[in-house]
Ligand binder design. Structure first.
Ligand code: KG4
Ligand code: ZN
Length: 351
């Protein structure tokens, strides 16, 4: 069974084809991605209207590319899955409109997928997939959540950010240091040359006793430091800038790792899945690997290229929902998108 997945919730157009065998795990057959990062860079962040227009331009050529590299034709597709939310309304409508139109033309069902469900299931495409139940640390540009995952569609929110997401903390701090959008990867590279103990930055809610996060105060503290440091805070090659990057990364990583370990202790679970763009961060992986090894916890990450937004995770989530008997694929076109949508509200009977 072949599932086509279409992702267009933010600034990446992703299309992929996943094969669901009668038995065993879904397998990625082909995928194609277009990132709009270059286009948005001039504005220092995502411009929603430009994002939608670019998704429209890219989605069909990418779909053709995926079908060609899998050696299949669209008529072979059994189900079309698309990101229904959360995300930018106009951007989501492109994916949902195209998916529904394709499915209608092919006489095949469509499935609306939760973007975060795609992220948290993405490690199932790796060589060493996790087993349920596990704790998921979802860290992206828009979300920071700890979930208890007991199976496909069985998600319990344990804690989340009360203001900025971890990715946002990376991006906003990076911007203050004069790094181009999205600043997470750049800040992380810069941090490798810096001293993480150089600046004392706050670790918000570290000792709050719950599993919530807060990153807005950190950004303010970085701004204050930038002002103190002056020109060097955003000068290429300046030691102060690298030190500030390393100190910022250390603050974010410490809070994420501490809370993830607390979630494992509180639930008694022995597996951790880290997903979302910030899951690509080397320092986060290094520290989590060490802490989990010490605690006897297995930690799973998606392959690096599947950490940030992509179509493969959407096709995969569609395949796993189908496999679990939770899918409610619809033959009729349903253009409704859910720009705001809680993952815990994705009931077992499907979106
Ligand atoms: O999951 P994602 O592609 O999109 C959303 O669903 O939001 O995550 C994008 C976020 C951005 O904030 C980006 O700066 C961050 O992930 N990111 C990183 C790294 N790679 C991507 N943050 C820190 N270190 C990285 N290596
Ligand atoms: Zn994402």
């Amino acid at each position: 069974m072949l599932i086509l997945g279409i992702e267009s919730s933010c600034d990446e157009t992703g299309v992929a084809l996943v094969d669901l065998p009668a038995e065993g795990m879904p397998r990625l057959r082909a995928q194609a991605l277009h990132s709009q990062i270059e286009m948005h860079r001039a504005y220092g962040g995502v411009v929603p209207e430009l994002a939608s227009r670019d998704h429209i331009r890219r989605v069909l050529p990418l779909t053709r590319e995926v079908m060609a590299s899998a050696g299949q034709s669209l008529a072979d597709v059994d189900v079309v899955a698309y990101t229904r939310g959360p995300g930018l309304a106009g951007a989501l409508l492109v994916g949902s409109g195209v998916a529904c139109a394709l499915a209608a033309a092919l006489g095949k069902p469509v499935m609306g997928i939760h973007h975060l469900e795609g992220h948290l299931l993405s490690p199932f495409l790796s060589e060493d997939p996790p087993q349920f139940p596990f704790i998921a640390l979802l860290v992206s540009g828009g979300h920071t959540q700890l979930m208890r995952v007991d199976g496909v569609g069985r998600y319990q929110l344990l804690g989340e950010t009360i203001d900025d997401a971890a990715g946002e903390a990376f991006d906003k701090s990076a911007k203050l240091m004069g790094l181009p959008y999205p600043g997470g990867p750049g800040l992380s590279r810069l941090a490798e040359q810096g001293n993480a103990a150089a600046y004392k930055l706050p670790r918000p809610l570290l000792h709050s006793g719950d599993l919530d996060f807060s990153f807005a105060g950190l950004k303010t503290a970085v701004l204050t430091q930038c002002k103190k440091i002056g020109e060097a805070a955003h000068t290429e090659g300046a030691a102060e800038r690298a030190d500030l990057a390393a100190s910022t990364q250390a603050a974010i990583v410490e809070v994420l790792t501490k809370k993830a370990m607390t979630a494992l202790q509180q639930t008694g679970l022995q597996r951790l899945v880290v997903a979302g763009g910030v899951g690509a961060n080397h320092e986060l992986r290094r520290q989590l690997n060490a802490l989990c090894a010490h605690a006897g916890v297995r930690v799973h990450y998606p392959e690096l290229h599947l950490c940030t937004d992509n179509g493969a995770m959407i096709a995969l989530a569609g395949a796993m929902r189908w496999q679990a008997g939770l899918a409610r694929p619809m033959l009729r076109a349903d253009f409704q998108v859910r720009p705001r949508w809680d993952l815990a509200a994705v009931q077992a009977d499907g979106p």
